[in-house]
Write a protein that binds this ligand. Structure first.
Ligand code: PNW
Length: 481
């Protein structure tokens, strides 16, 4: 409706904050600088260099290990209120454990944090964005229940080191990738595939790790530092292909999002409705004598429930879902492995797709997702921790500008029309970086990075000027040129 597009509806609420995001392995390089330990991504790309096209890897990446001052300058050029980045666990704790803290690692992050604060930019720090210390992987990584304790100890070290200056924390980025995508495909580090047991064991253990890390902050640090901690889910919006698949679409949302959200954000805690039964039936069908989906004890449920200060999520794209036909095969993640639901995910028809095959543009998904989340978990604070669009390069990135504009429009509708309390929006990414197994060809950056240049020169794209203008005017009513 034209009438709903009044100037005020295109203005962001007072105090609304804008940021941009990156992740350690994707930008830092310096993979073996001084005493940094080896991570599962270091091992994964060195063991078999052909895992990423053109034998690419994150050994140097954007060389942010040396270029961190330029990164801060870019954040300042954009006028960002906050910069979301992740810590490399093995850069801080070379063994993965708290017996040794790397002075060089601490210095690196202190420089970055202090440099941001000096420019008035808030650091929003993720503890874990997929680069597990290899020594912990050698002990079975996210499928060993003891990792919950080891992760919590790492979290305590980090809160102690940086908590006086960092007030916004994420424990873990996209658990669905850490557990489901990794073990369903074997295509990401650590390259282990085991789709019937590992994703679910990992799911539960990861929630325990998050909960312990959240509680340590809440009990030991929050009273003096007054910061906030949450986890960041990757949420795909799912529509039923036709009315008859409404229940299936709801189950898919519970499977992708609910398995990592319901135990934390729902009043009752524990697994989302419907999922335990589906998993039990699947286990029997696959020949197991009992469910391979681990139950929570009441004590575990209580430990995990309520461990949030806001709801953070990354959102990129949407799918339509229908029941599979006899003998149909299932696409693995990304796009969500729906084999467990006997469902087939379909790309929204007519959507533009970017460089990455999963990246269908479906802006309405943002609004519908926000409304669904508020219905599920209540009137809590929502933080959009990533949203962005991949191109193959070029400084004139009209498709990226349109993507951010249209997704922001839908976010504003959710805020203004549906009363959803969204407080932060984060563009992925501040700059081009290693797009994991897709390599450097898939570009998400507001800034272009020249990976052929030893200096890794960064140049603003048109989308950078657009985003800076949106931030400066606190409104979508800005001209693009
Ligand atoms: C995120 N999907 O992953 C990650 O947090 C980033 O590290 C990554 O670079 C970025 O998005 C772009 O890929 C995603 O299937 C993985 O919709 C899969 C999906 C979305 C995001």
């Amino acid at each position: 409706l034209a009438a709903s597009c009044t100037a005020s509806n295109r203005t962001f609420p007072p105090g609304f904050k804008f940021g941009a995001a990156t992740a350690a392995y994707q930008i830092e390089g310096g993979w073996n600088a001084t005493d940094k330990g080896e991570s599962i991504w270091d091992r994964f790309v060195h063991d078999d260099p052909t895992r990423i096209p053109n034998n690419e890897n994150g050994d140097i990446a954007c060389d942010s290990y040396n270029n961190w001052e330029r990164d801060i300058e870019m954040a300042a050029e954009l006028g960002l209120h906050f910069y979301r980045f992740s810590l490399s666990w093995s850069r801080i704790l070379p063994t993965g454990f708290n017996n040794r803290i790397s002075e060089d690692g601490v210095r690196y992050y202190n420089n970055l944090i202090d440099g941001l604060l000096a420019r008035g930019i808030e650091p929003f720090v993720t503890l874990y964005h997929w680069d597990l210390p290899q020594p912990i992987q050698d002990l079975s990584g996210w499928t060993n229940p003891l990792i919950a304790e080891w992760f919590a100890e790492y979290a305590r070290v980090v809160y102690t080191l940086f908590g006086d200056r960092v007030k916004l924390w994420n424990t873990i980025n996209e658990p669905i990738v850490v557990c489901d995508a990794v073990y369903n495909t074997g295509a990401y580090a650590p390259g282990v595939s085991n789709s019937e047991v590992a994703p679910y064991v990992c799911n539960k253990i990861l929630l325990m790790a998050h909960a312990k890390a959240w509680r340590i902050y809440d009990e030991e640090f929050k009273p003096k530092y007054h910061g906030k901690v949450s986890i960041t889910n990757n949420l795909l919006w799912v529509e039923p292909a036709t009315e008859e698949f409404k229940e299936l679409a709801e189950l898919a949302l519970q499977n992708f999002g609910g398995r990592y959200s319901h135990p934390i954000y729902s009043k009752e805690g524990g697994w989302p409705p419907g999922i335990e039964e589906v998993m039990f039936q699947n286990s029997l069908k696959r020949g197991y004598s009992k469910s391979q989906f681990p139950a929570f004890t009441q004590e575990e449920k209580d430990l995990v429930r309520g461990t949030f200060d806001f709801f953070a999520f990354n959102h990129y794209t949407s799918r339509y879902i229908r029941k599979a036909k006899e003998g149909e095969t299932f696409a693995p993640f990304p796009v969500g492995d729906v084999e467990d639901l006997d469902g087939i995910n379909m790309m929204p028809e007519g959507s533009e797709v970017g460089a990455t095959s999963w990246s269908a543009v479906f802006p309405e998904g943002m609004r519908r997702l926000l409304v669904w989340l508020k219905e599920q978990y209540g009137d809590i604070e929502f933080v959009i921790a990533e949203n962005g669009f991949p191109t193959y390069g070029g400084l004139e990135d009209t498709s990226r500008i349109n993507y951010h504009k249209e997704y922001l429009e839908q976010m504003l509708l959710a805020i203004n029309e549906d009363g959803v309390n969204v407080t932060h929006y984060t563009a992925w990414s501040l700059m081009d970086n290693l797009e994991w197994v897709d390599g450097y060809a898939h570009k998400f950056g507001l800034y272009e990075v020249d990976f052929t240049d030893p200096k890794r020169t960064r140049t603003p794209r048109q989308s950078a000027y657009y985003y800076a203008s949106v931030i400066a005017h606190h409104s979508l009513d800005v001209s693009i040129d």
